[in-house]
Design a protein around this ligand. Sequence first.
Ligand code: URP
Ligand code: ZN
Ligand code: ZN
Length: 491
Amino acid sequence: MGTVFKNGTIITASDMFIADLLVEGEIITQMGRDIASDGHAVVDCTGKYLMPGGIDVHTHLDLPFGETYSNDDFDTGHKAAAFGGTTSHIDFVIQPKGGSLMDGLVKWRKKAELAQIDYGFHMTITDPRDEVLAEIPSMLDEGITTIKLLMAYKDMYMIDDNALFRCMMIAKEAGMLIMVHAENGDVEAILKPQLLAAGKTAPVYHAASRPPEIEGEAAYRAVMMSGLTGCPLYVVHMTCEPAIEAFRRGRELGYPVMAETCVQYFFMTVSEHLSAPDFEGAKYVCSPPIRTKRDHEVLWHAIQDGTLQHVSTDHCDFWWDGGIGPWREWSAAHPNGDWAAYEAQDPSYRRPGKELGMDNFAKIPNGLPGLEDRMLVMWEHGVNSGRITPMKYVEVMATNPAKIFGMYPRKGTLAIGSDADILVWDPQAEHVISAETHHMRVDYNLYEGMHIQGKPIKVYQRGKLLVDGDEWHGKNGEGQYIPRDPFAPVL
Ligand code: URP
Ligand code: ZN
Ligand code: ZN
């Protein structure tokens, strides 16, 4: 017995039409008018939209960052994602310094044992020794087609141009994609101590330590290397005009370059959010930093004209108030105890968060929450505001990421043979975003109080109902790993 979704308005990247859709087992087996019920369960979708589950290709669940780890893991993060209409994501494995790529993958596989939605992995190279670069093509056997390199975070994750260029040559041969975090980390490493030495320690100076120029310069460098090597490049979290201009130049030249921005970069500003008093600005510390209203317009335009292919979240959440005091007391009394042991004692005990940088912006863990909010906020401010059509919405939130990252047409569309990852979306439903009701494990929401019209009222993954109104039906271990195909198209 299957399930017939009756009389919904199906939205794909190319069409919007009223039809029925039949799911048998985990996949869509029929689409058309008047599909017979034939003993199948029936979901009446009259007046509702049917869309493919959202895909977010940029998340950091349980990420080690400085003295702490990001809050949401493959349990809480997955539940939050699904409540917001995201049914698949790709997380970044981190190669441990001195270790191999496989060492990193083993760790992330362990984290993913909790999975409740489907997920893939990118591989982040942090220690590009010769033997590590030689390991790159073997990642294809693990279903990993993407290598991430950070041009920033000196002395933590940053690699140099030599490594970037060599990785591109290897990836090109293997049919893989290189992803970069584009900021000039050497320049940032000079600006940051200068600001601190001048007593500029508040969160707002995070932006001054990473100005738009260093993003534009690094993006241009990576784009040119992509042109030289012919290696497909995907620039993550683009934020500002200099970077978009550099990237557009690459596309004009016909280089195989693609890029995303993240939801927060359409909304937050240095002057309002990062400058907020009483350490509130720390809530908005991420890299690259949030920018200006002018940049927001540049980004919307870049989505509209197809310069950018995807809107992700870069979800990497930290408590605003992680309770550093009790943690410090406990860790002093338990010299061999780590925060995981501390947290395990009581669910109210929090790992350190943004307060780590109370007196020094450079110690604020970088990253923002957003996995649950992405589909909702982009619907309200993209579709309801008239900036993009519902089809364009599906394209940038689901179809393009599935294509670019080798998951299409299994994921990213509603078609016969595709996984039945389906959102039943009520365009009339009203919702107000709040930290009091969200499912992310974090004590604030970037979009607090934002009114949204339209949300998923039922969320299915591979035919299984995960979210039904406010009810959760997922289970740990039911999320599946998505092995991805090499030689994916350059869009
Ligand atoms: O601030 C951010 N973006 N934190 C997560 C790591 C990264 O750079 O993507
Ligand atoms: Zn980054
Ligand atoms: Zn990131």
